[in-house]
Design a protein around this ligand. Structure first.
Ligand code: GLC
Length: 535
């Protein structure tokens, strides 16, 4: 909770925006977003007020997992463009004073990657040990009980070489053997390739999966498993994920980054917060930002969220910088979880908590999960477990830009259908409406960038009950702000214990209230949130 005294780094005071490239902007009419499309929208991003862009994978890929199955780490998939397009994009991003973060997927490759093709070619291949190969048990069954996140066993039998290989995700995504120093060096070279180009950082895919128990012990059953859950949840992945040695790898990756000025690394880690904190590393030499997914997972309950924030703040290691996420390409959209009106309160929360926020593309216009007819489902997670409603497609639909056909996303046939309301809910329409979700985001981002207390100040919890939460952000020598958020749909009152808490509403979910002086008991409407500049 301590205010830091040194000058903040870009990834501390900035706001990250995640682009899912397939769905952002198509430029060539093939129905799939691409790099020239993103280029065309950079001014939009600048005007929105975000400061860094994270691109989900853009590398050559068979697209079995839409780019998270990489066949070449040092090139661009022709669907998205060329390396020259990438260089132009990077230059233009930097010219606008923005930063660019790439997705790095070190845990697994595509089964079409030359490394894997070579590895599976024979048991004596020099790259055999780059992946996790195991003999069948004497009765021919799989080596152990590890499961794939996307359903079924984590082991796939290879007829040619008569061994199983491990894949935490699809069988087309074999896991690399990170205990092999040659694998480590190869991936560090990949990092250097992009760092030399000037990329500002990486979001590291499934960081907690990277290394596995070297004895390949069976995972124990999960006593909390319920039939509606993904089959993967039947076991607790204690031997296949979050192994102590993972931190040596993260440290080594960090050492590669640290050879370049001001680069950063985000870790994708779905773990309870005590374990999450270990990914900051010893002496902070781990991930700069281990993604904090609590807002995605907690029930939308003010008291539980306030408690989780306090716990998270309390557990952060010295010098560890917090971060918050409300949505990503793997999770239901916030508007669908909490409703349209409450999503505005959620935006206030995301953009006023202490730490770096990540905004998922489309959330700034309140895009909802789009219902995808069964015959159009694309996501392998949805296809493999059809009865569990786990498809991630609904949160990956094309960005809604304007009133043209397909909301201006493509002149062709979009790879995934658009929301039915795209003619009404899009950037163009919302730009003209001062009360829209987009206008709210712009005003919030501008306020955050203007006010040191909101960007870098301490977090001071003030109050929470089952509908309401209130907290202060304060930096020495700057105006302090009190956030009062009603996380319920019903009106409520905020009665501060400290009667001196008075001020002017600087920003609210209902603009009518802005500029009003408040003090004493504050009456809030359902789904109302406000930011008060304290006297
Ligand atoms: C990460 C990605 C997800 C992908 C998986 C396998 O969780 O966010 O989209 O399917 O890793 O690479």
């Amino acid at each position: 909770m301590q205010e830091q005294q040194t000058k903040p780094l870009w990834w501390q005071e900035g706001v990250i925006y995640q682009i899912y490239p397939r769905s952002f902007q198509d430029s060539n009419g093939d129905g799939i977003g691409d790099l020239p499309g993103i280029l065309k929208r950079l001014d939009y991003l600048k005007e929105l007020g975000i400061t860094a862009v994270w691109l989900s994978p853009i590398y050559p890929s068979p697209m079995d997992d839409f780019g998270y199955d990489i066949a070449d780490y040092q090139n661009i998939d022709p669907l998205f463009g060329t390396l020259a397009d990438f260089d132009t994009l990077l230059t233009e991003v930097h010219q606008r004073g923005l930063k660019l973060i790439l997705d790095l997927v070190p845990n697994h490759t595509s089964d079409q990657h030359p490394w894997f093709l070579e590895s599976r070619s024979s048991r004596t291949s020099p790259k055999r040990d780059w992946y996790l190969w195991r003999d069948a048990l004497p009765d021919g069954s799989v080596s152990n009980n590890w499961l794939s996140v996307f359903g079924g066993s984590g082991w796939e039998w290879d007829e040619t070489t008569q061994q199983y290989y491990y894949h935490a995700f699809l069988k087309e995504q074999p896991d690399l053997n990170w205990r092999n120093p040659a694998v480590q060096q190869a991936m560090f070279d990949v990092m250097r390739f992009w760092l030399e180009k000037g990329v500002d950082g990486f979001r590291v895919d499934v960081m907690w999966h990277m290394i596995k128990d070297d004895l390949f012990r069976d995972n124990p059953p999960n006593p909390g498993y319920q039939p509606h859950m993904a089959t993967y949840e039947q076991l607790l992945p204690v031997f296949s994920t979050d192994q102590p040695d993972v931190h040596d790898l993260v440290l080594k990756m960090r050492e590669v980054l640290d050879q370049y000025p001001e680069r950063m690394m985000i870790g994708e880690i779905y773990l309870p917060i005590h374990q999450l904190m270990t990914y900051y590393g010893i002496d902070g030499k781990g991930a700069h930002l281990p993604f904090n997914f609590q807002l995605l997972q907690l029930p939308w309950d003010a008291r539980q969220i306030a408690t989780a924030i306090d716990q998270y703040e309390g557990l952060l290691p010295a010098g560890g910088w917090p971060n918050w996420v409300l949505g990503n390409h793997d999770q239901p959209r916030i508007t669908s979880r909490v409703g349209r009106d409450q999503a505005r309160v959620a935006a206030l929360l995301l953009l006023t908590l202490r730490g770096t926020p990540t905004v998922y593309y489309g959330d700034e216009i309140g895009m909802r999960d789009v219902p995808i007819p069964l015959e159009e489902v694309q996501d392998p997670q949805g296809l493999n477990m059809p009865d569990k409603n786990l498809s991630r497609d609904p949160a990956r639909t094309p960005m809604q830009w304007d009133q043209q056909p397909n909301a201006g996303f493509t002149t062709g046939k979009p790879w995934l259908r658009l929301a039915g309301n795209h003619a009404r809910e899009n950037v163009q329409v919302q730009n003209e409406d001062p009360d829209s979700m987009l206008s709210l985001h712009k005003r919030l981002l501008a306020l955050r960038q203007r006010e040191p207390s909101l960007r870098m100040g301490d977090y001071v919890p003030v109050y929470a009950d089952n509908s309401l939460m209130a907290y202060i952000r304060q930096a020495n020598g700057h105006p302090r702000f009190l956030m009062v958020l009603n996380l319920s749909h019903r009106p409520t009152y905020f009665k501060p214990k400290d009667p001196s808490l008075k001020g002017v509403i600087a920003l609210a979910t209902s603009r009518e209230r802005e500029g009003n002086t408040v003090g004493g008991t504050i009456t809030l409407g359902g789904d109302e949130g406000m930011i008060i500049r304290l006297d």
